[in-house]
Design a protein around this ligand. Structure first.
Ligand code: SF4
Length: 263
């Protein structure tokens, strides 16, 4: 099926991980220690290594990531399946009436914006590469591949990292979603004014340069899951959080003793 290219990932492939270009000039060793301590605490809780939830080719992963923006996983998953059922390949979606795509993905947030954006992004990929595939990214470094993707209007650091990490490329990139970002801020890995986009190179740089794709995926997943299940946007459950002694926000909320202070 043209949509899913199905790479053979079994064979060992030497992979350049990243250049020093995206690494902040100064990495505080204390933050690296804290990032590693947080990873070590959360991994047993959420069960590392965490199975990958997708095995899509990178172009399909890009479509899936765009659908998922500000949308619940169940809805974006339904929309993705609907697109695959409706169109034999992404080329067919590229030339389809935009209103038809909008109707097919009606369950996601902002289908009227996402439908034309999906077509524009597919058109950009074809114009820049000559065909509708992103499989060639596997021969780039992570930084090169991210730069290629982020040069597409509408593709930011979270989407580029998701494409490289979640797709069958399984490249060592670190996506940061809103849950991951919230836990990182509250624990002090990043400052309170660092937005999700700029958080990507900072959080990646705190982790060892030679970490595997699986290790980085685990790091993203455990922080994201912790944000979903414990470190809620409202009323984080600091009293039962395994990170409490590492977390300035939790210490402030509990008075340092694990008991949540009433607001
Ligand atoms: S201690 Fe509280 S604020 Fe800190 S990570 Fe845990 S739940 Fe979030």
């Amino acid at each position: 099926m043209p949509i899913a290219s199905g790479h053979d990932l079994a064979g060992p492939r030497p992979r350049r991980t990243r250049s020093t270009k995206a690494i902040p000039a100064e990495i505080d060793p204390a933050l690296t220690d804290k990032a590693l301590a947080i990873h070590a605490r959360l991994c047993p809780v959420y069960g590392c290594p965490i199975p990958y939830f997708h095995s899509l080719d990178p172009l399909s992963e890009l479509v899936s990531s765009l659908l998922s923006h500000r949308t619940r996983n169940a809805e974006s998953g339904r929309a993705f399946k609907a697109l695959r059922a409706h169109y034999p390949d992404w080329e067919a979606m590229l030339t389809a009436p935009v209103g038809e795509i909008e109707a097919t993905i009606a369950g996601v947030t902002w289908p009227e914006l996402k439908a034309p954006r999906l077509q524009a992004i597919l058109a950009t990929v074809r114009a820049r590469h000559g065909s509708l595939t992103l499989d060639f990214l596997r021969d780039m470094t992570v930084d090169e591949a991210r730069a290629w993707l982020e040069a597409i209007p509408g593709v930011g650091p979270k989407t580029s990292a998701a494409v490289l990490s979640f797709s069958v490329l399984r490249m060592p990139a670190l996506p940061v979603d809103s849950h991951h970002h919230r836990v990182a801020q509250r624990t002090g890995l990043i400052g309170p004014r660092i937005d999700v986009g700029p958080a990507h190179p900072l959080l990646r740089a705190q982790l060892p340069a030679d970490w595997s794709a699986q290790a980085l995926y685990d790091n993203h997943e455990v922080l994201m899951l912790h944000g979903q299940h414990v470190c809620h946007h409202r009323n984080p459950a600091c009293g039962r959080c395994v990170l409490l002694d590492l977390c300035p926000e939790g210490q402030a909320r509990t008075g340092g003793g694990g008991t949540i202070r009433e607001p």
